[in-house]
Design a protein around this ligand. Structure first.
Ligand code: ATP
Length: 235
């Protein structure tokens, strides 16, 4: 069953048409990746799904409900959460407070339960819970951004460019954690620039080029060379 359906959306920045007729389908429980080079439109897609950009055409359905044009706060209440690009966190807050911000609407005991489950997933965040987040390494900040995303107990988590600037061993570790998150029943939509890594870690993939979907398919059925050609617009 589709949890998220993006149907024929166009998004503009002023006169510039950044997304052209984009359609995506994310099945409940799956891991879907968006692959594309810098400037292809991946972040614009993610930001539009979570309500930061408004499409000028098309619609976005979450669990069958039309969410296009709604405010991000409203969309997040439906169960959609985003770990943003560049692992943004509140620098002058402790790791623990950053995480608790992700569940500010939940009751005290419920927040603590969720915090415990994030610490179980990322023990390093528990070790560093009283440190200011500004002192975390790049990988730890990414874990914090993901942890804060799951503090809302979303049905779907959007992860924008989780690998940005991280060492391969750290990236592998984060992908292992994403598999655990997926096994908990959370659907994942992940932006990734690396074709091999993307196909290896997802069930379904979309290749984005200049604001259009130029290829899609089950990750294990897509050919890496074909995807690379599509990625660079060589088809
Ligand atoms: P990256 O990997 O560099 O983040 P991306 O695939 O996420 O790239 P987007 O950031 O979505 O790409 O950008 C898509 C296009 O829209 C690019 O041409 C970019 O220059 C343009 N763009 C993005 N944000 C804005 C904005 N706020 N105003 C104007 N143009 C923008």
């Amino acid at each position: 069953m589709s949890l998220l359906e993006v149907k024929n959306i166009d998004v503009r920045y002023g006169d510039f048409l950044a997304l052209h007729d984009i359609s995506l389908n994310v099945e409940e429980g799956s891991i879907v990746s968006l692959i594309g080079a810098n400037g292809a439109g991946k972040s614009t897609i993610m930001n539009t799904i979570c309500g930061l950009n408004k499409p000028v055409k098309g619609e976005i359905l979450f669990d069958g409900k039309n969410i296009s044009g709604l405010k991000p706060s409203r969309i997040s209440k439906y169960g959609l959460s985003m770990a943003p690009e560049g692992s943004h966190c509140f620098e002058r807050m402790t790791v623990k407070d950053n995480l608790l911000m992700g569940a500010y609407l939940a009751k005290g005991s419920e927040r603590m339960e969720r915090l415990k489950s994030v610490y179980k997933l990322f023990p390093v965040l528990e070790e560093k819970q009283n440190q200011m987040s500004t002192y975390l390494s790049g990988g730890q900040r990414q874990m914090l951004a993901i942890g804060r995303g799951i503090m809302t107990q979303p049905r779907i988590l959007l992860c924008d460019e989780i690998s940005l600037g991280l060492a391969p061993v750290v990236i592998n570790d984060i992908y292992e954690k994403l598999k655990e998150i997926s096994a908990q029943g959370i659907t994942l939509l992940i932006v990734e620039q690396d074709v091999n890594r993307s196909l290896k870690n997802s069930d379904y993939a979309y290749v984005i080029l200049e604001g259009r979907v130029v290829m899609e398919g089950k990750s294990k059925e897509l050919n890496v060379e074909d995807v690379n050609d599509a990625y660079f617009g060589m088809n």
